[in-house]
Design a protein around this ligand. Sequence first.
Ligand SMILES: [Cu+2]
Length: 349
Amino acid sequence: MTFFLVVRRNILDLRAEERRRFIGALDLAKNTVHPDYVIATRHYNELIDQERNTTNFQNISIYDFFVWTHYYSVSKTFLGPGQGSAGGIDFSHEGPAFLTWHRYHLMQLERDIQNLLQDPSFALPYWNFAIGGNECDICTDDLVGARSNFDQNLLSPNSVFSRWQVVCEFVEDYESLGTICNNTAGNSIRRNPAGNIARPMVQRLPEPEDVVLCLEVNLFDTPPFFSDSTESFRNTIEGYSEPSGQYNPTVRSLHNLAHLFLNGTGGQTHLSPNDPIFVLLHTFTDAVFDEWLRRHNVDINQYPLEDAPIGHNRQYNMVPFWPPVSNIEMFVLATDNLGYSYDVQWPSK
Ligand SMILES: [Cu+2]
């Protein structure tokens, strides 16, 4: 078996033909049934419907499977018949697994698209969102879609993404009906970059200096390994701290700020992967993670063994990926271990 190293590049560095190819690949993934997976649309005790002699599984497209796995990781946890659901459990955010979980999530999509195109050199590009200002520089029709002239919350009809319909939109309904998100297509993607007038703090993108500062935070994560951890690299890049690492409950920085700046589908946790800008925002977040691992000499002991929220400890499997994969398997340098690398010009002080 040959080991293929793919290079994830800045999407703005792609030539016109490469841009077309990438957008085309995403659109094909949105419209092709996943060849390997089906989704469960009921909890385990209702998976087999004996009365109707059927099962509650559905086909789902490759891209929507990517959306569904993220939704599932943040949805309430079913405790069993008659016991309802437990909220406040998040397998992929507000804890050390934030970086390892999203890393695998992207690898899964990249691999699925490689198989779809039968092109092992296909690489997801990234969006350097740490450019300051109030302009989304990749929100153009040759990339993730410009703003519509008719409705400032929608995408331009010249973008293929204006025709995408979101899935997993009605979280409250799934909770009240006791079901799980299914493959039903809903509304269009909404995005209004810098448009949240009620919250001026999220009308500007992170600054290049914010990346410089967060890469200097020495500890990977700190107790309580949650969204109020201070001097934690993970909580800083996730965006609950000042870029220098100091926890501040009023701050939204880096990854969180980039999401909130989008002010629409991409700004709501359970829905955000429906907007393809999610892929590019997260590859950049992952590039910062990989650079931190390189600069701070990755060592598994930096990753908490215990006392992190459920699903976030070192040896725990990441929900709902199958076959099982644990956090620590993703706590490695991508170039040496995972088959991809980043081509990034890091800002300096
Ligand atoms: Cu996420």
